[in-house]
Design a protein around this ligand. Structure first.
Ligand code: F6P
Length: 548
């Protein structure tokens, strides 16, 4: 059954939220804390090894209640059931959205077109496990009899970002295999990767859901040609495997059916790291850790599916995005992990969130008259503090920010970890409190500044504060806790899409550029010209052709 369609701005709850917003807008977070001793406690959720403090957001308990009223009015509970049960909620592509089935236990039952998909999910997992074990143990040999030392993931978008982010995030748990990622059609990218490799000991994993993506096929073809310069054709079977839904095209590329790891069309590219797309994760950290990642995601799935909305981390987190995006008119959200391991996390979420919710037509096909998907950006702390935090603190834009921190560091260096975490705590406090004129004044007087200096500097040193943050404090970065964290954001994306009445699981916008690039490529390769370009594009093309 289709998802219900309703313009959120016409609901009763929206009207109440609009009125409520007018009372919240002038309030300062500092005063909210001063007037309510129980605030932190009331607005913090604890679940498993997650401590999620929403209290430094510009909300009250009433805001949460009204946002939940909005979710109820828009039938979120029912939509969640449809999501988990395999209904065709990706209606524009006629597909179910079942990344949750990929991490469900063997005993679960999820039906697509009358067939329980769980047995096949576990068959593919077994294939991933067996192959991983054979490569990691050295039983799977290269053609010349040497063990594999390097794995190269060839893919782009969801076939690259998820595996690349997880492998980087879990590098502490990595085995001896070196893992590389080739994604960009920029030929210099693959050249820089292969120049370090010995073809005799390298395994290439070609990942493409469709097996039609220009970047991936170009890279796969060029890398195979590079490989065949030194290796015989028969060696391809030992060194190339593929992950795809398009088995025929993979076979036509020259990969044996036994070396194909299948995936299903009900797995969206940007949600696919849990499927065989995660093969390079499994190879990098071993199957056990890959399975723990999935187990963590499954735990978050169960939390999301069963917890009441007031205790539901993805639901509250999604509703707060709606609050800032649609009432405060914030345009972007920052995600700041206080661990270098999550260096690629914001980049990964950019695809997940922006490709999903960057939509302007509602589920009835009408233009929306309200804001939808937010701009996502971020970098790890503390580096980001020395890069762009100035704008969050004293710029003119309101940027709600997620701070992700860990109680324990992995190598246990307490000195460094306390320094790191002192920044994590200090930043959210500073963003909230700011610095008043009288505080700046006494600070300057304490530094024996002259009257003249004080007059000159005062205005510049005042921080308004009142900048909203959410603090996620997790016990330790592990495959399981990372699985929970990624799944948390996946469900947040889903909830936002339901509230904004959009389809989150297609990405037609990406297609236009691809089509145009195809015809321009023809012009470049065959040196033909087209009269269809605007004068700017035409001049650029002429300049390029004349000078290349
Ligand atoms: O960028 C569009 C997109 O379709 C993404 O959604 C997808 O993750 C990526 O291209 C790669 O697609 P494929 O896995 O089919 O090569």
């Amino acid at each position: 059954m289709a998802l219900k369609s309703a313009n959120p701005t016409t609901t009763e709850a929206w009207k109440k939220l609009q009125a409520h917003f007018e009372t919240i807008k002038p309030q300062h977070l500092k005063d909210m804390f001063n007037s309510d001793a129980n605030r932190a406690n009331e607005l913090t959720l604890r679940w498993e090894d997650f401590y999620v403090d929403f209290s430094k957001n510009r909300i009250t308990k009433e805001t949460i209640d009204l946002l939940i009223e909005l979710a109820n009015e828009l039938d979120l509970k029912n939509a969640i059931s449809k999501y988990f049960e395999g209904d065709v909620i990706n209606a524009t592509e006629g597909r179910a959205v079942l990344h949750t089935a990929l991490r469900a236990p063997k005993t679960a039952e999820v039906f697509v077109d009358g067939e329980n998909v769980i047995p096949e999910v576990h068959e593919v997992k077994k294939k991933i496990e067996d192959f991983t074990d054979s490569v990691v143990s050295g039983t799977h040999k290269g053609y010349s009899g040497k063990a594999i030392t390097d794995v190269v993931n060839i893919g782009i978008g969801g076939s690259d970002l998820g595996p690349a982010m997880v492998v980087d995030s879990l590098q502490y748990y990595k085995n001896h295999l070196n893992t590389h990622f080739v994604s960009n059609v920029d030929g210099d990218h693959y050249q820089e990767v292969v120049k370090k490799l010995n073809p005799e000991t390298t395994l290439f994993v070609i990942v493409s859901k469709t097996f039609t993506t220009q970047e991936t096929l170009s890279n796969a073809n060029s890398i195979r040609s590079w490989f065949l310069k030194s290796q015989p054709k028969e060696a391809v079977a030992n060194h190339f495997v593929a992950v795809s839904t398009n088995i025929e095209s993979v076979k036509n590329f020259g990969i044996d059916e036994a070396n194909i790891f299948p995936m299903k069309d009900w797995v969206g590219g940007r949600f696919s790291l849990w499927s065989a797309v995660g093969l390079s994760i499994s190879l990098a950290v071993g199957y056990k850790h890959f399975d723990s990642l999935l187990e963590g995601a499954h735990k978050m799935d169960m939390h999301f599916k069963t917890a009441g909305f007031e205790e539901n981390i993805p639901v509250i987190s999604a509703l707060l995005t709606v609050w800032y995006n649609n009432f405060f008119k914030s345009e972007s959200e920052a995600i700041i992990p206080y661990t270098q391991y999550l260096n690629q996390f914001a980049t990964y979420l950019q695809q997940g969130i922006m490709e999903s919710n960057g939509k302007s037509v509602d589920r009835d096909g009408n233009k929306v008259n309200y804001q939808t998907g937010t701009i996502i950006w971020g970098e790890p702390g503390t580096n980001s503090q020395h890069a762009f935090f100035q704008l969050i603190h004293q710029g003119t834009k309101l940027i709600p920010t997620d701070f992700i921190g860990y109680v324990e560091s992995l190598y246990g260096n307490k000195d460094h970890h306390n320094k790191l975490m002192s920044n994590y705590f200090a930043q959210t406090e500073a963003l909230m409190n700011g610095k008043t004129e009288s505080e700046v004044l006494s600070e300057l007087q304490g530094q024996s500044a002259s009257e003249e200096e004080i007059k000159q500097l005062l205005a510049f040193k005042v921080f308004d504060g009142n900048k909203p943050t959410t603090s996620l404090l997790i016990q330790k970065l592990s495959p399981e806790s990372l699985g929970k964290l990624i799944a948390m954001y996946e469900h947040k994306i889903f909830v936002q899409g339901i509230i904004w009445n959009i389809y989150s699981y297609d990405q037609f916008g990406v297609e236009l550029g691809k089509q145009l690039a195809k015809s321009i490529l023809k012009e470049l390769n065959e040196d033909v010209s087209s009269s269809n370009h605007d004068s700017s594009t035409q001049s650029l093309l002429t300049f390029y052709k004349d000078n290349c």
